[in-house]
Structures are given as structure tokens and as C-alpha cells.
Design a protein around this ligand. Structure first.
Ligand SMILES: [Zn+2]
Length: 405
């Protein structure tokens, strides 16, 4: 009896845990839909790896989540490379490092032009898709990188940056972050000018990372729809980085999109609690990462992922399944409809759930949504069309504002 029961248990419990990496389990209908859709991911931190000498985006890697072969496997059609540094880096140093990262993205496209094409508009993304190329875009993750200077913001736009996240993890000079103590009561007057200038230029306003008050302030000022480039739902995981139902409704009411983040700590309440109850784990991990990688952020992200997965294997952290991504998508869709939800993975910047280790796993999302009864039209919207629509609206708003002072 016992071996049989164990075998049955293994089948019952093990089934969702051993999802194959290949797309063999994906239905033919899902494959057809997925591979004919434009998949847009609004947030990837692979830029940090570009700065690591010897890293080649054209080669298949067995660590990290993004490279050309795996983007091809998962039909990732448009990817926003995040320009990021810690919010503690400010002033001219922040501007210099931003320019270095922007250059690294352009150089990556130049040296892989057979597969990649640099894009700045929704129309260019559609053209890239028609040409069989992967569209590369850029977002600046944190207002600290403009050094409180609107001319720097305009220069970033001129270099191709198409969204800016108003803060990162700490407050900047003009906006409060969701993971810092309030200092500005949301957006300062200058912060409101930044939002207006972004509208005028045609740069999407990204409210991921910002404090709730900053979100509502930005929403009141912005004349174009906004995005939450990589945030999930706070009703399912009580983290200040996630959005409350009220925020998701307010964002959608003005035409915006929440692009669901796949990070285990934003998807799973159990995971967040485990991290919260074990503050030493984070400290130990930071110390270990400094030892292994020094200041190399690209190395830190891949090594950090190994450490977290070792902790999960040892039972110190809960194992979070990729299927929670579907729960968050579904929660937001039930709240505001399928026109206001998208994908913002945080690949190469956060610990991915089991079964969504890299871009090649993306067809599972299409398959799962079909199985849930979503229409093909709604799935295409979630996969990318909603983000393209917001881009078009932001571009149109900029056109009407372009003569304004
Ligand atoms: Zn982030």
C-alpha cells in the first residue's frame, strides 16, 4: 500500500512542481496565440549584466533570465531595459552612470542588429514584430537619475528613454518612495513639473516603487495614462511595492496599465512574511554577495538568485510557483477589466517564481489564461496590446502638448 500511496501523492503534489521547461505541455491553441502575439515586458534589469565584461546577450546562458535565444524561445517581442542604480547615487555621478547604461543598451543593439532593433514608439514595436526582430526600449528606474534637472530629463528622452519611474526604493529630491519614510507628502511642486514635462515630451510616467500619496498626486497631475511598470496586487500580497485595489481602479480609470511583477516577494504573502521574519537572511546574503561579486551588480543578481534557491531547497523560504502570476493578473482583471493589465516581469532584477525562471517560460502564461477561459483578444491585450495602447496615448498627448511652454 505505502509505495502506491506515495506514488499517488507524488503525482498529486508533484504535478504542479515539475512543470517542464519546454513548451511541450502548452496546447496547440495557446502556442498559436502566443507566437502570433506581440509580447511586451515593461521591466527587465538585464542592463546590469551588460556592464559585466564578457556578457553576451546573443549567447544562451544557464543563469539569469534574459538573452536572445531564450527571448526567441518565449517569443518576447519588446523589452524595456531598465536603467537603474541605487537611489543613494545622486547628482553628476548618477547622470554619468545613467549615460553609461544607456550607451550599453545602444551598443548591445548595434552589435546584435540581426535580432534586435532599438524602438521608441508603439508603431516601431509593431514594425519590429513584422520584421521578426525583438524591440529594445529603455526606462529610467528612479527620478534621482535626473539630478533635479528637467534638461537632463529631456536629454534622456532624446537618447530614447520612454518611461521614468518616479522613485526607486528611497525618496528622491522631489517624490516619496513606498519603501522609505515620507519626506515630501507625495510629490513636491517640482515633482509635479517633472510629470508635466514627461507628458509634454511623450515619456510614460511610471508609478511602480512610489508611495501611495505620490501615486495619487501624479495621477491628478498627469494628462496622459500612466503605467505601473512592475507592480503586483496588494490584496494578494501585502507589500507596499504592490498596488491596492483602490490604486488599480484609479490607474485604470485614467486609462493606465498595471504590469504584473513576477518577484516571489510581491506575489506570495507567505514568502514576504518569511523574509520579514528573517531580517538576518537579507544581511547575510548581502555580505555573501559582496564577497562573491564585489560591486558587480550583474554578478550580484545571478549569485543572489542561487542563494535564495538554496534557501528554498533547505526549507528556509517557501517555494513560490509561477501560477501566482496568473492569480495576480486575474485579480486585477476582475477589478478593472482586461484593458488595464500587462506584464512587467522584473527578470534579472528579482527572484523569479518556480516555473518562470526565464523568458522561455512565457508561453505558460498564455496557456494558463486560455485554460481559465480568457478570450484570445483579452489575452493579446494582457500580453502586450495594452502597453502599446498606453504608448500610443502618451505619444498623442505629447503631440497636442508639444507647442506648450
Ligand atoms: Zn524595481
Amino acid at each position: 500500500m505505502r509505495p502506491l500511496i506515495l506514488a499517488i501523492c507524488a503525482v498529486l503534489i508533484g504535478a504542479p512542481l515539475f512543470v517542464a521547461k519546454s513548451s511541450d505541455e502548452i496546447s496547440a491553441k495557446a502556442k498559436k496565440l502566443h507566437f502570433s502575439s506581440i509580447i511586451v515586458d515593461t521591466h527587465d534589469d538585464t542592463t546590469q549584466r551588460l556592464l559585466t565584461p564578457g556578457f553576451d546577450i546573443g549567447a544562451r546562458h544557464n543563469d539569469g533570465s534574459i538573452d536572445i535565444p531564450r527571448m526567441r524561445d518565449g517569443n518576447l517581442g519588446a523589452i524595456f531595459f531598465s536603467i537603474w542604480m541605487s537611489g543613494t547615487v545622486t547628482g553628476p555621478e548618477a547622470v554619468k552612470r545613467t549615460l553609461d547604461q544607456i550607451d550599453a543598451v545602444h551598443e548591445m543593439v548595434r552589435t546584435h542588429s540581426k535580432d534586435l532593433v532599438f524602438c521608441t514608439t508603439a508603431e516601431e514595436i509593431r514594425r519590429a514584430h513584422a520584421d521578426g526582430k525583438i524591440a529594445v526600449l529603455m526606462g529610467v528606474e528612479g527620478g534621482h537619475m535626473i539630478a533635479s534637472d528637467l534638461s537632463v530629463l529631456r536629454s534622456y528622452y532624446a537618447l530614447g528613454v520612454r518611461y521614468m519611474t518616479l522613485t526607486h526604493s528611497v525618496n528622491d529630491e522631489w517624490a516619496d518612495s513606498s519603501t522609505d519614510k515620507p519626506a515630501h507628502n507625495g510629490l513636491t511642486d517640482f515633482g509635479k513639473d517633472v510629470v508635466r514635462e514627461m507628458n509634454r515630451e511623450g515619456m510614460m510616467v511610471d508609478i511602480s516603487h512610489v508611495a501611495d500619496k505620490t501615486f495619487y498626486d501624479a495621477l491628478a497631475v498627469s494628462s496622459a495614462p500612466m503605467i505601473a511598470s512592475h507592480s503586483s496586487c496588494r490584496a494578494l500580497c501585502d507589500h507596499p511595492r504592490d498596488m491596492t485595489d483602490d490604486m488599480i481602479k484609479a490607474l485604470a480609470a485614467k486609462g493606465g496599465v498595471i504590469q504584473i511583477n513576477y518577484y516571489m516577494g510581491f506575489l506570495s504573502h507567505q514568502y514576504r512574511d518569511a523574509m520579514k521574519n528573517n531580517p538576518d537572511f537579507d544581511k547575510q546574503m548581502q555580505a555573501e554577495l559582496e564577497k562573491r561579486c564585489g560591486k558587480d551588480e550583474g554578478c550580484q543578481l545571478t549569485e543572489g538568485d542561487k542563494i535564495v534557491r538554496e534557501a528554498v531547497a533547505a526549507g528556509k523560504l517557501p517555494r513560490v510557483s509561477w501560477e501566482l502570476i496568473i492569480d495576480h493578473i486575474d485579480h486585477a482583471v476582475k477589478l478593472v477589466g482586461a484593458d488595464h493589465v500587462g506584464l512587467g516581469s522584473d527578470f534579472d532584477g528579482a527572484n523569479m517564481p518556480y516555473g518562470m525562471e526565464d523568458a522561455s517560460d512565457l508561453p505558460k502564461i498564455t496557456d494558463a489564461l486560455l485554460k481559465k477561459g480568457y478570450s484570445e483578444a483579452d489575452i493579446r491585450k494582457i500580453l502586450g496590446e495594452n502597453t502599446l495602447r498606453v504608448m500610443e496615448q502618451v505619444e498623442a498627448t505629447a503631440k497636442t502638448l508639444s507647442q506648450s511652454k
